[in-house]
Design a protein around this ligand. Structure first.
Ligand code: NDP
Length: 356
């Protein structure tokens, strides 16, 4: 990562909030986004931490994202609620939808939250983790912008379309969570490698000529590849449908067309499902269900070389809440360059965005 500066999580949160407010976000949005950014730094998910701040600000500066939209909660069906983010960023909308979604899942056994008109550049694990912390099984899906070629194709069409899954565990264990893009890598991984002058692993991307590339700039100008060929491609396709037509919002290629300024902070839908395990069996014995899941986890961990998804994040979390996080000095300098006090000298390419 090059030279780094140690920051406490409180400093990360204050830095994010101050930058967002200085650029015009209202306090509610700035705090919700800062919580998301800080959680990402805390869990050492760097591509959704402070690195993302220029994307939030860039979409605002381009006049594409609202700085103060108040998300609106609507009932669509007994077990389906909608939060219209009003072209603001997703974190505040997701916070609004969380408790009603959990409540509907308890009432109905299963419930869904459709978030629409939300700019989203965040990870999905926070939404499923907090539902699983309330004892619910959770799934979340979001599409993005046209970055990924469908299997066999060479032109970007699908988003990097992540899905996340959360499973509650007995007392004393944080939930099991996985959160993965349907592309071979998240786009942020490529953007960070571009900034740090690193090459990409083989199999992540093709260039504009359709040929495989390990050069980050060529990959961003070309197309990312789905993970696992046609299988990842079909998952990406499913997520396009769930986060787009199903909830009445756009497909990734439509979100891309709408992002006229190329901010890399697309606006679209997200679909979240919450399930109450106790309502899925005749006896409704949640303790037995969770213990049954533990048997699987124990059998996985008996095999050398395995770990559970999310264990890396939880281990990082234990450490960073005590010790803080190492933030690359170059990133802090980039953030300093976009702070309003530095506006005279700032460069437009300091703001998120995609090479067009
Ligand atoms: P990774 O490939 O880094 O990780 C995917 C999942 O696999 C994680 O849950 C990770 O757990 C788990 N995992 C990794 N290694 C192992 C292992 N050895 N054993 C068991 N589990 C393992 O994620 P991606 O690069 O695919 O995605 C990164 C992030 O980007 C996601 O959070 C995603 O939501 C986000 N994203 C957001 C988009 C948006 O538009 N908003 C678009 C695309 C991606 P762990 O965390 O513990 O390592």
């Amino acid at each position: 990562m090059g030279e780094a500066v140690r920051l406490s999580l409180a400093e990360v949160q204050a830095t994010a909030r101050a930058l967002l407010v200085a650029h015009g976000f209202n306090l509610a949005h700035a705090e919700a986004i800062a919580r998301t950014v800080t959680a990402a730094e805390r869990d050492e998910c760097r591509h959704h931490g402070l690195f993302r701040i220029p994307f939030y600000i860039g979409a605002l500066r381009a006049g594409q994202a609202s700085p103060d939209a108040e998300p609106v909660l609507r009932d669509l069906a007994p077990a389906v609620i909608q939060v219209d983010a009003g072209f603001g960023f997703a974190p505040l909308a997701l916070e609004l939808g969380h408790a009603p979604l959990a409540e509907r899942a308890r009432q109905n056994g299963i419930a869904a939250l459709a978030v629409v008109n939300a700019h989203n550049v965040a990870a999905l694990w926070p939404e499923v983790e907090r539902l699983a912390e309330r004892g619910l099984v959770a799934l979340a899906f979001v599409s993005s912008a046209p970055y990924v070629a469908p299997a066999g194709g060479t032109k970007p069409l699908f988003g990097t379309n992540p899905m996340a899954f959360g499973w509650p565990r007995p007392a004393g264990h944080p939930p099991l969570v996985f959160d993965q893009a349907s592309s071979a890598s998240a786009r942020g991984e490529i953007q960070i490698r571009l900034q740090e002058g690193q090459t990409l692993p083989a199999g992540w991307a093709i260039g504009p000529d359709g040929e495989p590339t390990t050069d980050a700039g060529t990959a961003l100008a070309g197309a990312q590849l789905p993970f696992g060929g046609v299988k990842g491609s079909s998952i990406a396709l499913m997520i396009e449908l769930l986060a787009g037509p199903l909830v009445g919002d756009v497909l990734s290629f439509e979100a891309g067309a709408r992002d006229k300024a190329g901010t890399g902070a697309p606006c679209g839908g997200e679909f979240v499902i919450a399930i109450d395990p106790a309502r899925c069996t005749a006896g409704g014995d949640r303790t037995a269900q969770l213990e049954h899941g533990e048997r699987l986890f124990r059998r996985i961990l008996e095999q050398e070389g395995t770990r559970l998804p999310s264990d890396r994040r939880y281990r990082a979390r234990e450490r960073t809440v005590r010790e803080g996080v190492d933030v690359p000095r170059a990133l802090l300098e980039r953030l300093e360059a976009i702070s309003p006090g530095q506006q005279a000298s700032r460069r437009d390419d300091a703001f998120g965005g995609e090479p067009s």
